[in-house]
Design a protein around this ligand. Structure first.
Ligand code: FAD
Length: 402
């Protein structure tokens, strides 16, 4: 396709956008990346780069930088309200939260930016306000008032993508899962170690405290909320609901309430999945959370971002016609995404019990899962799949080296 499509505009400079820009530049495309924020957004907790995402990071040449930025989390402890450990999942255990490549989201965003900034035309503090297309080109009007033409426009601007709306209209794609999550950075306390601590409270509440590599602690406060109440929630005003949810939650909830009260950087939103009927329309396409957010509870958002960017760029480099490339990208990625978007029914109810008895049952079951015999069985199963890094839904990750 290299003769026909040259200029690509990407919206969103987080993980997907810069990863896509990297690969498109490798294949000879001229890439412009527009980011709405005035600077990179570096907030958020740990994310992990795993499975085929690790392979993509390696092929991009950023794996060593990702390893060097490891949060050094030793594993995850489940604790009760007296901070007694009810289950322990060391980093190397077969089932557990802590992965080999744990990295703060902001560190990964920075690594990707540093890896691409010399080759990509980054434009901060701007966004796309209008889009049109015909057989010759895509015409873009930016919020800044400028108008330009591109061969392709790709939305990589996250779960709440506005570019997606401009491309596809208001097709309903956000599926709320009944869970609200929040992230904030808090001062390190004596009880914080290099282990993450997972605490389940009654009334469907959960608190997760994780070490970082910056001398602070990353806190996440999560709770189930009905769709009706969620629709009344204002994510820009997170303190009242967080303080309400922390009240009477025991454990270190009073400490966190103090942190919430004084924080000026809390991220709060409903957890949902994006299930879009189409990922492309003519010269427009989307990738990453904008197209297929799997929800943070799957732990695969970052991997799907890296893999989707790799496949989309690779298919564009391979096909004469962009229409064929978009079709092929979707045919490859959609089954993989759908397999990840499915998680066991009842998982949220189990993880977020409503009663104190329910909390005890959950902690007991998790304790059994963490026990040595069960871990042994899980690792036997995992070892039979030890090549899964190379596989997407049974298919090998394509190699686009031309
Ligand atoms: C501030 C922040 C904190 C996060 N924290 C976590 C976390 O702790 N744990 C976790 O699992 N996931 C977190 N995520 C989501 C995580 O980054 C994604 O699930 C995943 O990595 C895929 O990334 P993405 O690049 O597709 O989308 P995102 O990471 O959501 O990035 C979208 C980018 O597009 C930009 N943008 C938005 N609208 C426009 C527009 N109209 N035009 C141009 N640019 C626009 C945003 O500023 C952002 O930089 C966070 C995302 C953000 C933005």
């Amino acid at each position: 396709m290299t003769d026909r499509v040259k200029k690509v505009l990407i919206a969103g400079a987080s993980i997907t956008g810069p990863a896509l820009a990297y690969w498109l530049h490798q294949y000879g495309f001229a890439v412009t990346l527009v980011e709405k924020s005035p600077a990179l957004r570096l907030g958020g907790q740990n994310i992990d780069v795993n499975g085929p995402g690790r392979v993509v990071a390696q092929r991009m040449g950023i794996l060593e930088a990702v390893k060097a930025a490891n949060t050094t989390e030793a594993g995850t402890l489940w604790v009760d309200k007296a901070n007694q450990v009810t289950a322990s999942f060391p980093k190397e255990s077969a089932a557990g939260l802590t992965q080999e490549l744990e990295i703060l989201r902001g560190d990964l965003v920075n690594i990707l930016y540093e890896h691409t900034r010399r080759d990509v035309d980054y434009r901060f503090n701007d966004s796309i306000s209008q889009l049109e297309q015909d057989e010759q080109e895509a015409r873009v009007t930016f919020a800044s008032g400028q108008t330009e033409s591109y061969d392709l426009v790709i939305a990589a601007d996250g779960i709440r993508s506005k570019t997606r709306e401009l491309m596809f209209g208001d097709e309903p794609v956000f599926n709320y899962l009944g869970l609200v999550t929040s992230y904030l950075t808090v001062a390190k306390a004596d009880t914080d170690t290099d282990w993450a601590r997972w605490y389940t409270a009654d009334e469907s509440r959960m608190i997760l405290l994780r070490p970082d590599n910056q001398g602070t602690t990353r806190a996440s406060i999560n709770f189930l909320l009905s769709e009706e109440d969620y629709n009344q929630l204002d994510p820009r005003n997170p303190k009242p609901i967080l303080l309400e949810k922390l009240a009477g939650a025991d454990w270190e909830a009073p400490r966190l309430a103090g942190e919430v009260a004084k924080s000026d950087d809390i991220y709060l939103d409903g957890v949902g999945q994006i299930k879009a009927p189409h990922w492309s329309k003519g010269r427009f396409a989307m990738v990453g959370d904008a197209a297929y957010c799997p929800a943070p509870i799957t732990g695969k958002g970052c991997t799907l971002a890296l893999v989707g960017a790799y496949i989309l760029a690779g298919e564009l480099s391979k096909h004469e016609r962009y229409q064929d490339a978009f079709q092929s990208y979707e045919a490859f990625m959609r089954p993989y995404v759908e397999s990840i978007q499915q998680f066991p029914p009842g998982l949220l109810k189990f993880t977020y019990p409503t009663t104190r008895l329910g909390v005890k049952v959950t902690n007991t079951v998790v304790g059994v899962i963490a026990s040595k015999p069960v871990q042994k069985v899980i690792s036997l199963f995992n070892s039979s799949n030890k090549d899964k890094e190379e596989l997407i839904d049974g298919k090998p990750l394509p190699d686009y080296a031309h």
